[in-house]
Design a protein around this ligand. Structure first.
Ligand SMILES: Cc1cc2nc3c(=O)[nH]c(=O)nc-3n(C[C@H](O)[C@H](O)[C@H](O)COP(=O)(O)OP(=O)(O)OC[C@H]3O[C@@H](n4cnc5c(N)ncnc54)[C@H](O)[C@@H]3O)c2cc1C
Length: 598
């Protein structure tokens, strides 16, 4: 759709000096405060997130998105120009769109406790009927699956096993989505640019798939000490499984918050997480509300970075705690041992799972290089899907494209308001893995297991991802959150590599040993890829959205069913969640098809 809001003068700021709108109808939104069910949290940053969600809900009701915003006016109580906390959530929300803006400092707002209020003028998008309805379909199929990642392939297998015809359209030139295994340029072995770890106890579908694929599993190395690098660069060693003992006081502060977060996440309903108090807060505000000390906050910030690539002030506390619960709890998700999320790796690489699923489907089921651009639902049981200018008719569609990618698919009729709110709000943080290959496992000979975490970066975490059988000695650096994003802005690949080798030398007190042992580095910028939704490993939600629209997550839209790891009830964000969601979506379609065949 052609945008109806245009900037008047170019600017480097995140707002425009003026905009012109060609929209025939305008929506004027009253001041929206940062409340949830009428209550405002004490935390200022969380109120900003909530006010934006409240504004977004009004916009979604007329089918408008952030790109349709013409003018924003926001009112800030006790405004401090040296502490412009509103810019970060606003810029993130605007995702590059630049409306006209005015900030009005005020002594108070309508209700005591309100600290932020926002009003808007928005262009109401015109609904242009899709031309697909007039196009003759070239093919007809029972179920069309969008995407050949793990969720899409599992959905296709489920549909085919039930005896229905199925076609999978994949935009990339390969299967596997966020699993992507490549050979190391020099030497033996394979590295995973995407997902790497599974376990053999509570990830039942993945371990079954591993058996089917004949995967050789490598147990994560947890023998030896770990390291913690603090904000000032000082380093503390500690045995695997314990919290770092910077001082006895700091250790007990970190453990106390860990135990509180574990208890709070265990108390949530995995399938329908409901807690407006938790959802009214960012995870950072939640930590403050639990009296977390600076050391405990620094430690807990590594969790949101390492698990979602998010800074704790950007993600809803309810979303993060539910994410942890979906993987059995914070402790289990952080663990590299038996039952933990990082227990086993795959010698052949995890793309073997998608390749195995794909090989089991009848020839011709998967078409690569076919990006879906439009979905038109004519009547019950008749959905038209466009790819490369051709139209295919399906009785059911299963969409496994990551939720942020749905912005690039034209839906006619448009997605329901709650689903659109999810599509616009789900976003990835910054998350990249870089695999650094060395001539030897020099960290092992110095008595370390390779697990190291940092409060300052550039990498937040390192893990040993060696494959001894291949003579492959690798440390994987996790570049996540703000420090990772900053690292990604370094000029050249060599500068980025050198920054990591320097950090390793400092952490291990090893001088230039890492540089001398270094062979090569491999990584992938998932944040630049439209088909991954501009990020990985799993999109997350800011405060307020889960309460407003969480029930639309797995809800089909007429004949379009939604799968993908973020829709999973268990192991959200992981391969296990992806295959479970794929099975669920496949069964939903099969159930309807079986009933309609009676
Ligand atoms: C760096 C990284 C590390 C990770 N670490 C782990 C880990 O250790 N353990 C773990 O379990 N998980 C991990 N994950 C997460 C895991 O990879 C994902 O949860 C899982 O692979 C997601 O599968 P999916 O099918 O839901 O989505 P995807 O894999 O994203 O698949 C969606 C597919 O849809 C296609 N597509 C998108 N839009 C369109 C369109 N319009 N038309 C046609 N096709 C389209 C895409 O190309 C893609 O192939 C990691 C991911 C990354 C990237």
């Amino acid at each position: 759709m052609t945008p109806s809001v245009h900037q008047v003068l170019p600017t480097s700021a995140y707002y425009a000096p003026g905009v012109v709108s060609t929209a025939p109808r305008l929506l004027h939104v009253s001041g929206q405060p940062g409340t949830i069910e009428g209550t405002a949290p004490a935390d200022y940053n969380s109120q900003i997130h909530l006010a934006l969600v409240n504004l977004h809900r009004v916009m979604a009701a007329v089918g408008a998105t952030v790109r349709d915003v013409i003018k924003l006016t926001y009112y800030i109580v006790n405004y401090d120009p040296n502490h412009r906390l509103h810019t970060r959530p606003l810029q993130t929300w605007l995702t590059g769109h630049r409306p006209a803006m005015t900030l009005v400092p005020v002594p108070s707002l309508a209700v005591p406790g309100w600290l932020f209020e926002i009003e808007a003028t928005v262009a109401v998008p015109e609904s242009v009927p899709s031309s697909l309805a007039l196009t003759q379909p070239t093919e007809d199929v029972d179920v069309l699956v969008i995407g050949a990642g793990l969720s899409g392939l599992m959905a296709a297998e489920t549909v085919l096993q039930a005896g229905h015809s199925c076609l999978v359209l994949e935009g990339r030139d390969r299967v596997g989505g966020k699993t992507w295994s490549c050979p190391l340029p020099s030497g033996e072995g394979v590295i995973d640019l995407g997902a790497a770890w599974i376990n053999d106890t509570n990830q039942s579908m993945m371990i079954e798939l591993a058996r089917r694929a004949g995967a050789e599993l490598i147990e994560q190395n947890t023998t030896g000490n770990c390291l913690l690098q603090r904000e000032d660069g000082a380093v503390t060693g500690f045995p695997y499984g314990q919290t770092p003992r910077i001082t006895a006081q700091m250790q007990s502060e970190m453990e106390a918050i860990r135990d509180i977060a574990e208890a709070d996440c265990q108390a949530l309903d995995c399938r329908h997480p409901r807690d407006t108090t938790l959802d009214s807060l960012s995870f950072l505000a939640y930590l403050h509300s639990r009296d977390a000390s600076p050391a405990a906050i620094a430690n807990a910030s590594v969790w949101t970075r390492a698990m979602l690539g998010q800074e704790p002030q950007d993600v809803s506390a309810l979303y993060f705690l539910n994410y942890c619960k979906s993987g059995g709890g914070l402790l289990q998700m952080r663990s590299d041992r038996k039952h933990g999320a990082q227990y086993l790796r795959v010698r052949q690489g995890t793309q073997i799972f998608a390749k195995t699923l794909a090989a089991g489907l009848p020839e011709g089921t998967i078409r690569l290089g076919e990006r879906v651009t439009a979905i038109t639902q004519k009547e019950r049981g008749v959905t038209l899907v466009e790819s490369k200018g051709r139209v295919i008719q399906a009785r059911k569609v299963i969409c496994s494209a990551p939720t942020p990618v749905l912005k690039t698919i034209r839906f006619d009729p448009p997605l329901p308001a709650k689903k659109q709110l999810l599509v616009d709000s789900f976003r990835y943080g910054y998350y990249t893995k870089v695999m650094l290959s060395f001539r030897s496992a020099w960290w092992v000979t110095r008595g370390y297991c390779g697990l190291a975490q940092s409060f300052c970066g550039p990498a937040s975490i390192y893990r040993d991802t060696s494959s001894p059988a291949d003579g492959k000695w690798v440390l994987t650096a996790f570049l996540a959150g703000d420090a990772g994003r900053k690292w990604s802005e370094l000029g050249s690949q060599r500068e980025r590599e050198q920054a990591l080798l320097r950090q390793l030398g400092e952490m291990y007190g090893a001088g230039d040993l890492p540089k001398r042992e270094f062979i090569e580095a491999m990584g992938h910028e998932w944040s630049t890829e439209e088909l991954s939704g501009w990020g990985c490993p799993c999109p997350a939600l800011p405060p307020g959205v889960l309460s407003a629209a969480g029930d639309a997550l797995r809800e089909p839209f007429r004949d379009v069913h939604f799968v993908g790891t973020e829709t999973a009830e268990e192991w959200k964000g992981y391969m296990e969640g992806a295959v479970r969601s794929g099975r669920r979506g496949g069964l939903e379609a099969v159930k309807w098809l079986s009933r309609s065949n009676l």
